[in-house]
Design a protein around this ligand. Structure first.
Ligand code: ADP
Ligand code: NG1
Length: 458
């Protein structure tokens, strides 16, 4: 094991209370000391929801909350995982026999995704084991990417334990691919920002090839995260993958309508690129080519001239093969309009007109309406929270992350922040069912944080 990787810091553990506590817990758990530590942050997506897996750019920033792992490589082939949170039980496996259980996505499976990604990238067969103690403070299943932070952290842990090196872009691409072993067909936003984030700037993340460009947010605005306290685990339900498949099918039908080689087309962005037209034109083409009534599997098969068996086994994911109806028009309309909002958001940040907060807020509000009505990934609690945030001073508010629960992100003028926090706290959180969760974890202002790091002591 050597000091390797894209971002390594030498630190005095004694000066960092969380690391020190983790070190002490590690010692009492494994009877030895960690050799290094890795952190990977969660993220909040400011705008660009459910479009990364369609090939479109998104605009997230890393949050301060992260996954932190203390690690000791060992000479055996055994991986021992423990967690500071008793909700997540200990797990032991052989490094040479990694089994990821899609049917029951328990926490250790996310670690194994990151581990397996590195193992496969280097085509390694005989890996040494390690002892790991995990400490996370990202609210789980809440749209702030706790799962990807764990996958990315595990990937960087494995790379560091092996003494090998990769660029941040390579790490992000490996972890985006390997998180799919859990069964969700995500697009890569979360892993990209977890590695490529830099303190002080949100990032425009573009795909194929993966790139991250700084986006300077207006200094007079604060971005506030509010948790609806409804949890939704992506891998345990089919909501997420159904949307990915609806977009895939919409892309294929649009491509066929335009006489393109539809068999090769997987993403809505590819249709636009092949036609060489604007996003606005793609919206018009969607209106001509697709109908608003849901498509049955039979109708899709008829349009694409394929059998039901081919649709199920060659296009759909395992957990969506029994879906009967697909809303293609609404999903494509959301994706093309949301992709255009990301472009506008970045442009407004760059131009910084006098009413910059109002303009950005309007785009965020439009994004929420589109997620709620066209993409149907909101829920009553999120809609209520968004309304409350707007009522108490947010210029814009929207669900963030996958949705169906989880968090909202709001843009709030800095001078209104104290009253905004107090009023939202009272209106949403002082209800009996939310009172057990400490207030600061549910409602907090956030700033663009830094990306994944390896810490070495001394
Ligand atoms: P998210 O939107 O936060 O990525 P997911 O539902 O996709 O939500 O993933 C949440 C899962 O990630 C949890 O069910 C758990 O398995 C894992 N996870 C989250 N936080 C932790 C943690 N602190 N320790 C271990 N596993 C965690
Ligand atoms: P979260 O919110 O972390 O579940 C998911 C996907 C993203 C993206 C968003 C929606 C994964 C790992 N993450 O994020 O890629 O599609 O939903 O914008 O699949």
């Amino acid at each position: 094991m050597a000091a390797v990787g894209p971002a390594t810091r030498h630190i005095q553990v004694a000066e960092h209370p969380r690391l020190l506590k983790l070190k002490e817990m590690f010692k009492s758990k494994f009877g030895s000391l960690p050799k290094f530590y890795v952190r990977a942050p969660g993220r909040v997506n400011i705008i660009g929801e459910h479009i990364d897996y369609c090939g479109y750019s998104v605009l997230p920033m890393a949050v301060e909350q992260d996954m932190l792992i203390a690690v000791e490589p060992v000479k055996t082939h055994i991986i021992q995982l423990a967690n500071t949170n008793p909700l997540y039980p200990d797990y032991t496996t052989s490094a040479n026999n990694i089994q990821i259980d899609k049917t029951n996505p328990l926490w250790h499976n996310y670690f194994l995704c990151g581990f397996k990604g590195i193992q496969e990238h280097f085509d390694l067969s005989n890996l040494t084991g390690m002892n790991c103690l995990v400490d996370g403070n990202i609210p789980p299943s809440s749209g702030l990417s706790s799962s990807s932070a764990l996958v990315c952290c595990a990937g960087l842990v494995t790379l560091t334990a092996l003494g090998m090196s990769l660029s941040k872009v390579e790490l992000a691409e490996i972890c985006a691919k390997s998180e799919r072993y859990i069964g969700t067909e995500g697009g890569g936003m979360d892993q990209s920002i977890s590695f490529l984030a830099e303190e002080g700037a949100a990032k425009l993340i573009e795909f194929s090839p993966l790139r991250a460009t700084d986006v300077k947010l207006p200094s007079a605005a604060v971005f506030v995260i509010a948790n609806s306290c409804v949890e939704m685990n992506k891998a345990a339900t089919s909501h997420f993958n159904i949307r990915v498949m609806e977009c895939r099918l919409a892309a294929k039908l649009l491509a066929k309508y335009k006489n393109l080689q539809w068999e090769e087309v997987m993403r809505l962005e590819e249709v636009q690129a092949k036609l060489g037209v604007s996003l606005e034109e793609m919206l018009l083409i969607t209106e001509d080519a697709l109908h608003a009534e849901p498509y049955s599997a039979e109708e899709i098969c008829k349009s694409l001239e394929i059998s039901l068996e081919e649709l199920r086994t060659q296009i759909l994911s395992p957990n969506t093969q029994d879906v009967l109806n697909f809303k293609l028009y609404q999903r494509a309309k959301h994706v093309y309009s949301e992709a255009a909002r990301v472009v506008q958001f970045k442009k407004i940040c760059e131009e910084a007109p006098a009413n910059v907060i109002q303009l950005l807020g309007e785009l965020m509000n439009q994004s929420h309406v589109s997620c709620r009505d066209l993409y149907e990934c909101s829920c009553p609690e999120l809609d209520q929270l968004v309304d409350i945030c707007r009522k108490f001073g947010a210029q814009g508010s929207r669900l963030t992350g996958a949705g169906w629960g989880g968090c909202t992100v709001s843009i709030v003028p800095a001078d209104k922040l104290p009253s905004f926090l107090a009023n939202v706290q009272e209106a949403y959180y002082q209800r009996s069912d939310q009172s057990s969760v400490p207030e600061k974890q549910n409602l907090f202002a956030t700033k663009p944080g830094g990306g994944a790091l390896v810490f070495l002591e001394g």
